[in-house]
Design a protein around this ligand. Structure first.
Ligand code: SF4
Ligand code: SF4
Length: 72
């Protein structure tokens, strides 16, 4: 099965959690850290479960997420 990389730019994220709500695999959670703008950014914690649907990247209002398919 294909593997995917989920890159979330922590300094771009504003912690709106939209990506968390649309992910069908619960890959993303709120980070315990706080970024320079005072938000707790989203973090891809179960990256091995990602199915590459790109819903999170499409819904993010700030374009903070990129999905890459890894070479097999
Ligand atoms: S690409 Fe789909 S499965 Fe992967 S983290 Fe984003 S919403 Fe979840
Ligand atoms: S949708 Fe974008 S801005 Fe909102 S929590 Fe997710 S990565 Fe951050």
């Amino acid at each position: 099965m294909a593997k995917f990389t989920v890159n979330i730019a922590p300094e771009v994220c504003k912690g709106c959690e939209l990506c968390i709500s649309v992910c069908p695999k619960q890959v993303i959670e709120v980070s315990k850290s706080i970024n320079a703008r005072g938000y707790s950014p989203a973090d891809a914690v179960r990256i091995e479960d990602c199915v590459g649907c790109t819903s999170c990247a499409l819904v993010c209002p700030d374009g903070a997420i990129e999905i890459f398919k890894e070479d097999e």
